[in-house]
Design a protein around this ligand. Structure first.
Ligand code: M6R
Length: 607
């Protein structure tokens, strides 16, 4: 949520680096953007409503500058407009901010009493004024940051320029992520690694309550006692290509096409010749007799798939919670509970808070995370990395699928431990697992077939998704994907629940996407589909090759999409693809901004 980038360097390259960095961070927010640079000893600020290209149009890229900070915003306090966009400037301080200042009203009142006048609706301007006030009193920059940290409540990372020091960028963080990247005669700050990947892959992670001073030659990091500390320098392993479109029209489509490789890379961390290798290559799950899965959005939907599989095959109870609910409710975990936090970014504020709550209840925690060294990855007792690589499109696809795979592997692991999967079954599962990447690629190759279905539904105001059990969990993800990028109202319903109210919304031609892949309850779902069909719905059936044998000639659907059959652990990874591709095409036909849907941001680092 919001992206920060900063540059200080001998090559006087700040405008170029800031714009490139902000473009890579645009997935974190794109309501408005701005930069502040050292322009011959004076701060020059240029801001714009809208995305980075609008800002770029306002800039004279020939200006040479040794130092600058930039920001792309996802509005929290105050509407998205030029005035509210960052950088903010008060007195001698220019600043960019990621996060939310919770006690800003109290601080604002105090500062107004001290004579400060505010021009924006943001919490950030208050922080800027506070830092200015403290600096006027202390004349000590490090001490100023520490004192501001003691006063400000909430989550934040700041990039700060002091008017009397155009050689250094100052930075501090509480709960919002920040990295310091290291180049040759130039150094950088950023809220995420992709921002600096074009320039360097070496970086330092700034931790909570740490402060740093960065100039072209060196980086000094201080702890909360203002004692200088040594920091580990990390090297980003992923390639720049993963963060590029590679000829695809949108990141979303490129990322769907990454799925065969992502699935392979994810499972091969644990399994090679024998599925039981999974037990040795994953954290030991033997002691747990119940599991809590906590996550937000699509990661929560992945958790629901995991619940179905773990309960059915490992035979232990699984509780799936939205992180924003979990953090404020009574939980019943104990020392036999494993709490799994699922998050692509590893920075989602509610999931991070849920992790901390779980740790306070003395339950073991396991993160299923994509972004290496992110906050949830670092704070969890154990972490399993999905290998999705950089995911840029706000609508998650490949990371969701890798999360589902990881939870399926956990279900298999626990089922083997509990004696519910035999050796022969394990062999068959391994065969299917190895076939998955090709099966996925085969479905993606059929994109044109799904595009035709998209043509049938894109011009509607409401779409319904139906399914039972695991297919209901997939319906929820299909529905979120569609509404998130196409802005069509859509709802996912447990098929059996429809007649308890919602069926009244079904009219002639209402599009219904019905998912039927579970041969234990297919007939139940089919009878619900017949109920909507009888009321005029336009039904697209998504089913498996196996079940298609049974329903091939039926008349309860208008069209169908048939995906290959595999075992129940991996079927969701095939069934989800037409739903992802369908949403993509519907949004495209409607001319929407697919990778950057309105009002959203990729990582939600505020509550
Ligand atoms: O980074 P996370 O996996 O924690 O993010 C969770 C949700 O914000 C995310 O899945 C969101 O729902 C996606 N935009 C859905 O496509």
């Amino acid at each position: 949520m919001c992206g920060i980038v900063g540059y200080v360097g001998k090559n006087n390259n700040s405008l170029h680096v800031l714009i490139e960095g902000l473009k890579s961070l645009e997935y974190r927010g794109y309501d408005s953007a701005g930069v502040a640079i050292n322009d011959n000893g004076k701060i020059k600020i240029i801001k714009s409503e809208g995305n980075i290209s609008k800002l770029e149009n306002k800039l004279n890229m020939d200006i040479k500058s040794n130092l600058g900070i930039g920001h792309t915003r996802w509005a929290t306090h105050g509407k998205p407009c030029e005035n509210n966009s960052h950088p903010h400037r008060v007195g001698k301080i220019t600043l960019v901010h990621n996060g939310i200042i919770e006690n800003y009203e109290k601080i604002k009142k105090y500062l107004i009493d001290c004579g400060y006048i505010f021009k924006t609706d943001t919490d950030t301007e208050i922080a800027c004024a506070l830092i200015d006030k403290i600096y006027n009193e202390t004349n000590d920059k490090l001490l100023t940051m520490k004192k501001a940290n003691e006063i400000i409540e909430g989550s934040f990372a700041f990039g700060i320029i002091f008017d009397d020091d155009m050689e250094n960028i100052y930075t501090m963080r509480k709960d919002s992520p920040l990295i310091i990247a290291l180049g040759e005669n130039e150094n950088y700050i950023a809220s995420d690694v992709p921002a600096i990947l074009k320039f360097t892959n070496k970086y330092i992670l700034l931790e909570k309550d740490e402060y740093a001073i960065i100039n072209e030659k060196e980086v000094k990091v201080y702890d909360n006692n203002l004692k200088e500390i040594e920091k580990q320098v990390n090297t980003y392993e992923g390639s720049m290509e993963v963060a590029m479109k590679n000829g695809y029209e949108h990141f979303m489509l490129k990322e769907i096409n990454d799925e065969p490789k992502v699935i392979l890379d994810t499972y091969k961390q644990f399994v090679n010749n024998d599925l039981s290798e999974i037990i040795d290559n994953m954290p030991d799950l033997s002691k747990y007799d119940n599991i809590d899965i906590v996550a937000c959005g699509s990661a929560y939907h992945a958790g629901l798939v995991g619940k179905s599989l773990i309960e059915e095959y490992a035979n232990i109870p699984v509780n799936v919670e939205l992180a924003s609910e979990y953090r404020y409710k009574k939980n019943f975990c104990n020392e036999k509970t494993l709490t799994i936090l699922v998050s692509q970014s590893g920075e989602t504020a509610d999931t991070l808070a849920a992790l901390r709550k779980a740790k306070n209840s003395n339950t073991d925690t396991l993160g299923i995370i994509n972004v290496v060294s992110s906050s949830i990855a670092r704070e969890s007792d154990n972490v399993l990395y999905i290998k999705a690589g950089a995911e840029i499109s706000v609508a998650t696809t490949k990371a969701y699928s890798a999360q589902v795979l990881m939870l399926s592997l956990i279900a298999i692991n626990k089922s083997i431990i509990n004696g519910n999967i035999s050796k022969d079954e394990a062999k068959d599962l391994l065969k299917d697992l190895k076939k998955l990447p090709d099966d996925i690629a085969g479905i993606i190759d059929r994109k044109e077939e799904f595009d035709k279905v998209a043509e049938q539904i894109y011009d509607n105001d409401d779409v319904f998704f139906l399914g039972r059990g695991i297919d209901y969990a997939l319906s929820m993800e299909g529905s979120l994907k569609l509404k998130e990028i196409s802005y069509i109202h859509s709802e996912a319903y447990a098929a059996g629940e429809l007649k308890h109210g919602t069926i009244s919304l079904i009219e002639t031609k209402t599009p219904v996407i019905a998912i039927v892949t579970d041969d234990k309850i297919d007939e139940k779902t089919v009878s619900n589909i017949k109920e909507v069909k009888a009321r005029g719905a336009d039904v697209t059936l998504i089913t498996t090759e196996e079940l298609n044998k049974k329903y091939d000639k039926s008349d309860f659907y208008d069209r169908k999409i048939v995906v290959p059959s595999t075992n129940r652990f991996f079927q969701p990874l095939l069934t989800i693809l037409p739903l992802q591709l369908l949403s993509y095409e519907v949004a495209k036909l409607r001319g929407e901004s697919i990778d950057q849907p309105r009002n959203l941001a990729k990582s939600v680092t505020v509550e």
